[in-house]
Design a protein around this ligand. Structure first.
Ligand code: URA
Length: 288
């Protein structure tokens, strides 16, 4: 039998991950159009896929199960906070996609990510790309920085020590990982867990933006400075960023400390809990 090239291995992984996320979203059959999309030349080449985005959507399915928990009362109006500069570039106009189309659109982006080689160093050192996990209709998306060693091995974001702490934070909010969506600014692990380089963030930005436009969360929680700066284009320190809601597209964005920072500075856990209480209050999620 012929030996598989690394590219074929990566593609195979992407297809398996795609099928798993389809399955966990309740999809039992894949239609021909999706299969065709997953094998487009652009997807195979891993081109930065500004072109292939979510298709225009029919009206949002009203029968879809509520995500990120409990039927929420309408959120009170957001206090005025300086709008991030990037906001005007982000258009979430048009109707949101129903679940099956979101799964389909995310699968397309995931396949492109798996084949991406824009960052030469990351592409040659990663075990695999780490796309994102959770409910494609989540009301709340958590954005981290980049995969670490455990995530690089498992292909799932936030599964190492910091990830376990994030899981506890989510559960303390009476939610669980399956009803939110978790992703990173970078989809590849930087060697030695170094901070992502500006070029790497730029190369990956299109994927992040497309993920968010497909999911269209009502709320985004940026974990740490890299996620906050990358999404909002604000250079404020976390101490100044936290405690306010910002806008990205139609989403209300709250920034807080990264779980890895909490592992090094447990005293900051109380600040994160204050931030989570604020976020849950805005989401209409009642805490015990
Ligand atoms: N830190 C991150 O920012 N993301 C992960 O997925 C894991 C650790």
């Amino acid at each position: 039998m012929s030996r598989k090239t690394p590219r074929q291995v990566n593609l195979r992984r992407a297809v398996v991950q795609t099928l798993e996320s389809l399955e966990s979203a309740g999809v039992k059959q894949i239609d021909r159009k999706l299969a065709a999309k997953l094998t487009t030349p652009a997807a195979k080449r891993g081109e930065s896929a500004k072109a292939a985005t979510a298709r225009p959507a029919p009206p949002r399915a009203s029968t879809a199960p509520p995500s990120a928990s409990r039927a929420a009362p309408p959120a009170p109006a957001a206090p005025a906070t300086p709008a991030p500069r990037r906001e005007k570039d982000i258009s979430w106009s048009g109707a949101a996609l129903p679940l099956a189309k979101r799964v389909d659109a995310l699968a397309v982006v995931q396949t492109e990510v798996a084949a991406c080689r824009q960052c030469k160093e990351l592409a040659s050192t990663r075990t695999q790309t780490v796309f994102g996990v959770g409910d494609p209709k989540a009301r709340l998306v958590f954005i981290g920085e980049a995969p670490g060693a455990d995530e690089d091995q498992q292909g799932v974001p936030f599964v190492g020590r910091a990830g376990q702490l994030l899981t506890k934070i989510i559960e303390a909010c009476t939610l669980n990982r399956a009803e939110v969506y978790i992703l990173n600014v970078l989809k590849c692990r930087p060697p030695g867990n170094r901070i992502p380089l500006p070029d790497e963030v730029e190369n990956c930005r299109g994927y992040l933006e497309r993920q968010l436009q497909i999911i269209r969360p009502e709320f985004i929680c940026c974990l740490g400075a890299v996620a906050s700066r990358s999404l909002l284009d604000l250079q404020l320190p976390m101490g100044k960023l936290r405690g306010n809601f910002y806008k990205y597209g139609d989403a209300n964005v709250l920034c807080t400390y990264h779980p890895s920072y909490l592992l090094r500075n447990p005293a900051a856990k109380k600040d994160v809990w204050e931030d989570m209480k604020l976020l849950m209050q805005r989401m209409g999620v009642k805490l015990p």
